[in-house]
Design a protein around this ligand. Structure first.
Ligand SMILES: Nc1ncnc2c1ncn2[C@@H]1O[C@H](COP(=O)(O)OP(=O)(O)O)[C@@H](O)[C@H]1O
Ligand SMILES: [Mg+2]
Length: 466
């Protein structure tokens, strides 16, 4: 009994070595190699809550001959912590061959704090290593990411989690059935912390050292928000409509879901720089389709817009297309902020063969946190409140060249005509801006197109000579 009150099992059963750490076999192999040579890289572990990031960081320092400092950045977020604690630890003399600083939940560090950290990492790189953990890697500024080996912590499988929980129950001599654990894992997966805490809370002392597991069914109500909504609707008939409406609104907000649009996901376009480094191969890549084929609104592009669909000459290509973003937007009017410049990825969902839903993912925590990106985000927040007449949302066409995209091969060109703005939602550290669109060009292979163009040119020359 006393054991149960005094120790948190999440601490007690935090893996002390790699053998008891569940899942992530590749990362374990990497980490094991570093531990054996008693030196590590700077690491950045990211992934969902309760899946073993802190555990892995602590495990590493405990298995190294090193002196270490642990800071939870969610408590100490500012530049002062970095300057005072981190720098003075890193700068102090030590007998250990290595110093390691764990910055847990580093995504809570302010941007200034992160910038200061970048300098500290540089300054003490000879003697000091850093292990950062976070939930959302996009909240970590790029210069920090590039100074770390960035590793995604993948949650162990449900089966492995159940086995692990079973092992804890056995260690604690709790009478239980493995089937007691199944609904628990289904409810909280992938959060092992919640699973372990719930088991601890649900352990009942039947006296005479007879511990058994009694999981309160009310915590295991379906986490599926659709079930909850249906429930609220049937309950709702007993109450008044406004309460029912408010309940449902709350359920949906709590569920933090993005699956209102469950149109099948067709492609995910990565909007990093296109690196068509071999510019000899594709020098005409944007000139895809005849202007006449295009819809009227797309045709009337003029003046200071970022319209580049269909009109870049090969000289322009050499000067502009290299290191451009793959996503291009056509608009009739110039706007102060071009959303494509702030878009990390674009999802294409299929409503039907002709109609698609385009979802622009804009990070709430941009890489470059400068004046411009701040202005953009504050403007976007205003647009969320009143999307009507927002110039930022007035797009007429969208096109892109696939490159390192998911769901589709490289170097295919797609073009869409926007029919209307749909909505903006907040999801997972992003604003997701959604548009409905019709397909205009559905995948033209640029390399083939180029090959044919070149052949045409050659024949033309030949004919002229003759
Ligand atoms: N992969 C894992 N292997 C073994 N235990 C784990 C694993 N992931 C999480 N746990 C358990 O869950 C608890 C929470 O893990 P923690 O590392 O604090 O999660 P977070 O990813 O949020 O930092 C730990 O006490 C640990 O016992
Ligand atoms: Mg943690």
């Amino acid at each position: 009994m006393s054991k149960k009150i005094n120790t948190l099992w999440v601490e007690k059963y935090r893996s002390a070595d790699l053998n008891s750490y569940v899942g992530n076999e590749t990362i374990k192999t990497t980490v094991d190699k570093y531990i054996k040579q008693n030196d590590i890289q700077n690491f950045l572990f990211y992934g969902p809550a309760g899946t073993g990031k802190t555990t892995l960081a602590k495990l590493i320092v405990n298995n190294l001959d090193c002196e270490y400092l642990y800071i939870n950045a969610s408590d100490e977020r500012g530049i002062d912590t970095i300057r005072d604690k981190v720098s003075s630890f890193a700068g102090s003399a030590s007998f250990a061959p290595l110093k390691v600083i764990i910055l847990d939940e580093a995504d809570f560090l302010t941007i200034q704090g992160q910038a200061a950290l970048r300098n500290v990492i540089e300054t003490y790189s000879r003697t000091t290593r850093f292990i950062l953990t976070c939930n959302f890697v996009e909240r970590i500024i790029d210069p920090l990411q590039s100074r770390c080996q960035v590793l995604k912590i993948v949650p162990p499988t449900k089966k492995d989690v159940a086995k692990h929980l079973n092992w804890i129950c056995n260690e604690e001599s709790i009478t239980h059935e493995i089937n007691d654990l199944v609904p628990l894992v289904n409810q909280y997966y992938p959060d092992l912390r919640k699973c372990i805490n719930t088991i601890q809370l649900s352990t009942v002392d039947g006296g005479a050292n007879d511990l058994y597991l009694k999981i309160d069914q009310s915590i295991l109500v379906s986490s599926n928000y659709i079930d909850k909504v249906i429930n609220a609707l049937s309950e709702g008939s007993k109450h008044n409509k406004i309460d029912c409406y408010n309940d449902i609104r709350q359920i949906i907000a709590d569920a933090n879901v993005d699956d209102f649009d469950d149109y099948p996901l067709e492609m995910v376009i990565d909007n990093k720089d296109i690196t068509l480094s071999n510019s000899d191969v594709i020098n005409d890549n944007i000139k895809i389709y005849d202007l006449d084929e295009r819809q009227d609104s797309v045709k009337e592009i003029s003046g200071d817009t970022s319209a580049t669909l269909g009109e870049i000459t090969s000289e322009e290509y050499h000067s502009t297309i290299k290191a451009e973003k793959p996503i291009k937007v056509v608009r009739d009017l110039a706007t102060k902020f071009n959303i494509e410049n702030y878009t990390k990825k674009l999802n294409i969902r299929s409503i039907n063969d002709n109609e698609k839903l385009l979802e622009f993912y804009v990070s709430k925590y941009p890489d470059e946190f400068n004046r411009k990106s701040r202005l953009f985000l504050s403007e976007l927040k205003r647009v969320i409140d009143r999307p009507r007449n927002a110039s930022m949302l007035e797009l007429s066409g969208v096109g892109f060249t696939t490159y390192k995209s998911t769901g589709v091969k490289d170097f295919y060109q797609y073009q869409y005509q926007i029919t209307n703005f749909d909505k903006i939602i907040e999801f997972n550290g992003h604003y997701v801006i959604k548009f409905k669109a019709n397909v205009i060009v559905n995948g033209i292979y640029l390399l083939e197109k180029y090959r044919l163009d070149e052949l045409d040119k050659k024949y033309e020359k030949k004919e002229r000579k003759n």
